[in-house]
Design a protein around this ligand. Structure first.
Ligand code: F6P
Length: 362
């Protein structure tokens, strides 16, 4: 029987538990054994009871739970070769040679590197007499399958990452709440959203809440933006709008790549005569129950991940499970990560049109 490990890594995202549940149950359905690796790569390096066999009922109730029940951690030791060698040993001791990882691009790239190093790690384990040649012989190849779990929706080649729609819903709920108090006092609010270097959450929240102005990393504001923003806001006020909502992504910049801060925007609005407050949504937008979309996405993708493990050959590049135009598809993990990095490079080199094009092409 194949033994498949599943873990969550990097920042938690609503829907990760749904992915774990789907991988466990699809593995069992496919006559494999399933193992949960606790606390991300940390669990792989520590081994022992951090790697636990999972049964059908162990993932009961996972679908509606936020965060990640099996935990996640930033693991420094897995960055070192020694740590990865220990991880390989722990996997072999448990008989696991396939890993499904739900995490961001960093976590997935780390996993692919682990796969590339796998044969040489096994050689080292034998040389060091930590394992016998007989013990490593059945585990020639490591299968890695990625599931993108991140609220940021920042991975290329997929329309949605697991967690982004829950986060978007939470942002909208929060802005709706801010709206009522803003309208009552005729105030302006500058709402700061997470998303790292990606503006998707902010852009979509801007559309979904009808905000007055947004700032995102991929389309930095040009010189004179202050007056542009104020003229739009004045126009809205002249039409009788009693509130002003400006959403600023945490990674927002101007065309000179200077960071745009909520305080800077607040000062401009205050000087223009608006009573202004700042609301930083922070981790509120990452927590809580997954939206229906993320429960569905994580389930379909978890099922596909197990299929990908079972169909993989040593030559198949590690896949990442994506959603493109409402279809669950596999894409080469490293290509998706490389294309994602292109966006950051385009922004750094001030080719903002290219950054938008690359995001659009996702
Ligand atoms: O990647 C998810 C995310 O929430 C980003 O939006 C944010 O920049 C970052 O993680 C925050 O990281 P931490 O939880 O370590 O503060």
């Amino acid at each position: 029987k194949r033994r498949i490990g599943v873990m969550t890594s990097g920042g938690d995202a609503p829907g990760m538990n749904g992915a774990v549940r789907a991988v466990v149950r699809m593995a069992l359905f496919s006559n494999c054994e399933a193992f949960a690796i606790y606390e991300g790569y940390e669990g792989l390096v520590q081994g022992g009871n951090m790697i636990q066999e999972m049964h059908w009922e162990d993932v009961r109730g996972f679908l509606a739970e936020g965060g990640t029940i099996i935990g996640t951690a930033r693991c420094m030791s897995f960055m070192q070769r020694d740590g990865r060698r220990t991880a390989a040993k722990n996997m072999i001791l448990k008989g696991i040679d396939a890993l499904v990882i739900c995490g961001g691009d960093g976590s997935l790239t780390g996993a692919d590197r682990f796969r590339a190093e796998w044969p040489s790690l096994l050689e080292e384990l034998v040389e060091r007499k930590e394992l016998t040649p007989e013990q490593v012989a059945p585990f020639k190849h490591l299968n890695i399958v990625g599931l993108v779990g991140s609220i940021d929706n920042d991975l290329s080649m997929t329309d949605a990452t697991i967690g982004c729609y829950s986060s978007l819903a939470r942002i909208c709920e929060a802005i709706d709440s801010v709206d009522t108090t803003a309208t009552s006092h005729q105030r302006a609010f500058v709402v700061e959203t997470m998303g790292r270097h990606c503006g998707w959450l902010t852009l979509m929240a801007g559309v979904a809440t009808g905000s007055d102005f947004i700032f995102i990393p991929e389309k930095p504001v040009e010189d004179g933006w202050e007056e542009n923003m104020l003229s739009i806001i004045r126009k809205h006020r002249a039409l009788g709008k009693r509130k002003t909502i400006v959403i600023v992504a945490e990674g927002a910049i101007d065309v000179h790549l200077n960071k745009i801060t909520p305080t800077q925007i607040k000062d401009i609005l205050s000087k223009a005569g608006l009573d202004t407050r700042i609301t930083t949504l922070g981790h509120v937008q990452r927590g809580g129950q997954p939206a229906a979309y993320d429960r569905m996405l994580s389930t379909l993708q978890g099922v596909e991940a197990v299929k990908a493990v079972l169909e993989a050959t040593p030559e198949t590049p590690s896949p990442v499970i994506c959603m493109i135009e409402n279809k669950i598809v596999r894409r080469p993990l490293l290509e998706a990560v490389a294309q994602t990095k292109e966006v950051a490079k385009a922004i750094e080199s001030k080719d903002f049109d290219k950054a938008m094009r690359l995001r659009d092409a996702e």
